[in-house]
Design a protein around this ligand. Sequence first.
Ligand SMILES: [Fe+2]
Ligand SMILES: [Fe+2]
Length: 199
Amino acid sequence: MADADPHSRAQFRSMDEGTQADWDIIAGHYKEFAPGGGRRVLDHLKLLDGDYGGFPVDRLTHSLQTATRAHRDGRPDDYVVMALLHDIGDTLGAYNHPDIAAAIVKPFVSEELHWITAHHGIFQGTYFFDYIGLDSDAREAFRGHEHFEATAEFCAKYDQTAFDPDYDHAPLSFFEPLVMQLFERPRTSVYASGIAESG
Ligand SMILES: [Fe+2]
Ligand SMILES: [Fe+2]
């Protein structure tokens, strides 16, 4: 299929006026736009550069350290990308940053990796919630869940350890191909079958 004309536009003023021709135009744009999500995610991740929030390393360095530790421990690429992106929501969701990362990775990863991303905040709290007036045992509410141990392990091995200014982490460029590849094609999405059907 030829590339969508970048200047083509649907004609409707409200969606209830939409026609097949309108939606063919929009679908054509979407098919070219959607697989490039990895690039946009990487651009957003860079917003964490220089953002310390009082921590010993900035949030991009923390993310790179988390991913590097997972990679060097032999984790598969999808796990490493999850580790890289687990705090990408820090700039947008100061009160629920794990939810944002979880939503971003959800179409592309297993249910287990999605669960780890969504719950890493409360599990990471094991290491500091007592210091800020919260309950460090809050994760116990999930004890027995099938992904409890995997999430505890993620925090113990890769997340809570990733604040060392002297750690020799890999650069973001090392992870870029992994991110681009993972975000090329969703495993699950309400839009996925529509994309496939339209070519
Ligand atoms: Fe986090
Ligand atoms: Fe983190």
